[in-house]
Design a binder for this molecule. Sequence first.
Ligand SMILES: [Fe+2]
Length: 255
Amino acid sequence: MKSHSSRESERKEIIRQQKLITKHEKTIEKQKQIIARQLQALADSENALKVKDQLYLEATKVIDGLLKLLTTLIELRDPYTKGHSVRVMEISLLLARHPNLESHLRENLVVFGYACLLHDIGKIVIPDYILNKPVLLTEAERLMIQQHTELGFKLVEPLDLNPIIGEVILNHHENFDGTGYPARLKGKEIPLTARIVRIADVFDALTSDRPYRKAYSLEQALSIMEKQKSQFDPELYKIFLSLVRENKILPPAPA
Ligand SMILES: [Fe+2]
């Protein structure tokens, strides 16, 4: 039979354990509340992410729509260049993505594509009679049309867009041998983006109808480009020729 003192110590032990259990229960309750708050925060942030994704999607749609609108506006001003901006973008992206080209551009292909679409945006402010003149331009008219690079750059400069867009618009008529415009930059002074667009732009211009002449055939265009190849970045020109040989770059289909 247990003594009085032993029962007393058992009772104390039970009370102590009960207190411990109560304490653990409180801790568990607190932990539950913390977990519930964390779950709520997670749900809130997931909702925030969903809203962000939705906004991003909407913004992308707006940008794509505006780009199509701008491209159409450029082509409306200069109907002979119908489809030109898109073809320049396609050829330029083929060059930019080529495995033989070591470049940072692969991480910026979307922006580079936008830049290609907008490269001639400065033509919006060039008078129609010059853009559509059915005979060769006078020297003064040629100088006026050359201003489309700087005028286009001034149009996008205040918008604080990715710098790739401005550099393509401003420099896409610079030649590797320093004979281009507006700044007569030479070699690698010209941004890679603009050196790529230069080749795509020349090829598409030669193989398209112009107000003052019919389109050249692929062979004629390649022969003209070969004669003026000092204007092109030699590494890019080599890649361009290999893409033509592989039939990845083709002249535009006749309208
Ligand atoms: Fe141009």
